[in-house]
Design a protein around this ligand. Structure first.
Ligand code: URA
Length: 457
């Protein structure tokens, strides 16, 4: 079967087979060829097997800057774009490529909203070892993550922020392509990831975009150089669309903060919003918040922006916005005021260290996988998650422990998960020498007058 859609062979002398051959040979695809395959696939005119072949060719041969930009444009054009212009103020979006214990959005969005940034955010669910903001929000009784467009706009106008699930009307091409990539081993390609993420961010209609590109064991990209490449590609695309787009390269070698798992992370987010968060999480939130305030033009001085953020974490203003946001989306705020009301898992197993020393590393990926096996994550898209399941770390990289000290506590409703405890112990490496953990945010990448500016920490 060949695509017989709006771009016919008379207009464009091509077939899908020719496009596949061209990419297989390492040639660049034109804008018309990219439109042809995206439009044809969305209209069910090109079969999965041909698109899979093209995706695999892209994985091996890559795409240049122009092709990646055209792919983003074409995917964006497959659906609607949100028009946020009726909401006064600068709208800023943030996106994290995901990691273990990453609850940043729950803290960062209300924090920057407390200083005047408007956040109209669409988020996803967790899959595999990384969690998703929607699942975390839904672990608060009553919270709705699907609002009507008018409810969504109203919440952003009144509260300063809202977080909902990705609308199916935006970028339908990504939904179809991602499902196919997921089962054909073609997720891991920088141009495909960049176009997938940026088409959704651009369709969401914000003025500024901050990308948190994580690398390390507990992230989608294990390698820092690859994370930088992806970040630059996405910044370039965003800037070509005239959106102030910046990226942070952040380390995900160990879990972020102390909690992994839905309710456990919500409780940690509440503590952080009340000025009692773990230092790595607070650092990330303050760094990203500073960048967003600069992007929104609310501050022009990074030091002043950071101290305003610190103040609003300490004085309860950020928590107040979080409360209003949860209330506006139907949540029972008594759980935020009294986190002990959240249900807890039946089983908890304190894991104690078998030796003394400085913690040198903690395998974030494996703890993410263990957390998934405890019930906190999904192996397949339709799996149910257990909001009470997860892990709370007692120690982080750089901490000194004595033999017998508590390292972590797994929580689960599932019986017979004791075998995971010795596996979790194996995720820690110790050193006799003192260990200094590196910064969470390692670099901030901007494009200024066509040149990348990389600010290293
Ligand atoms: N996240 C996305 O939204 N798309 C990808 O391709 C990979 C991660």
């Amino acid at each position: 079967m060949c695509y017989n859609g709006s771009l016919t062979k008379e207009v464009l002398p091509m077939t899908m087979t020719e496009i596949i051959e061209k990419k297989k040979e390492g040639q660049s695809l034109s804008r018309e060829e990219i439109d042809y395959f995206i439009d044809g696939y969305c209209k069910n005119g090109i079969p999965d097997y041909q698109v899979s072949a093209l995706l695999m060719a892209i994985c091996f041969q890559g795409m240049d800057e122009e092709e990646t930009f055209h792919l983003t444009e074409s995917m964006l054009a497959s659906g609607k774009t949100l028009d946020l212009s009726s909401i006064p103020g600068v709208k800023c979006d943030k996106h994290s490529t995901g990691g273990v214990g990453d609850k940043t959005s729950l803290i960062l969005c209300p924090l920057v909203a407390s200083l005047g940034v408007k956040v109209a955010k669409m988020s996803g669910r967790g899959l595999g070892f990384t969690g998703g903001t929607l699942d975390k929000l839904e672990s608060i009784p009553g919270v709705r993550v699907s609002l009507s467009p008018s409810e969504f706009f109203e919440a952003v106008r009144k509260v300063g922020m809202a977080i909902v699930g990705q609308s199916t009307e935006l970028v339908p091409a990504d939904k179809k392509l991602y499902a196919l990539r997921d089962v054909t081993g073609t997720v891991n390609s920088i141009p495909l990831i960049a176009a997938s993420i940026m088409s959704k961010k651009l369709a969401s209609g914000s003025d500024c975009i901050l990308l948190d590109v994580k690398y390390g064991k507990g992230a989608f990209m294990a390698d820092k150089a690859q994370a930088e490449k992806l970040a630059k590609e996405m910044v370039r695309i965003g800037m070509r669309f005239k959106k102030d787009t910046r990226a942070e390269i952040t380390s995900m070698e160990q879990p972020l903060g102390l909690a992994i798992g839905n309710i456990l992370e919500v409780v940690e987010a509440i503590q952080t919003l009340q000025g009692k968060g773990p230092s790595d999480l607070v650092d990330l939130v303050l760094h990203s918040g500073t960048t967003m305030l600069l992007q929104a033009g609310i501050y022009s001085d990074a030091k002043k922006a950071r101290s305003a953020l610190e103040k609003n974490l300490d004085n309860g203003k950020a928590f107040e916005v979080f409360r209003s946001f949860i209330k506006a989306q139907g949540g029972d705020v008594s759980f935020l005021d009294n986190p002990e009301k959240f249900p807890t898992a039946i089983y908890s197993y304190p894991v104690k260290s078998l030796k003394g020393g400085y913690i040198k590393s903690i395998d974030a990926l494996d703890l993410g996988l263990i957390s998934m096996e405890l019930g906190a994550g999904r192996e397949k898209k339709d799996d149910m998650i257990d909001p009470t399941a997860g892990i709370v770390l007692a120690k982080k990289v750089g901490d000194y422990v004595n033999k017998g000290d508590l390292l972590l506590t797994p929580y689960t409703e599932r019986a017979n998960k004791r075998d995971l405890l010795s596996r979790a112990l194996g995720d820690y490496e110790f050193s006799d020498e003192a260990v200094t953990p590196g910064p969470v945010v390692e670099e901030t990448i901007r494009l200024v007058d066509g040149e990348f500016e990389i600010e290293k920490e």
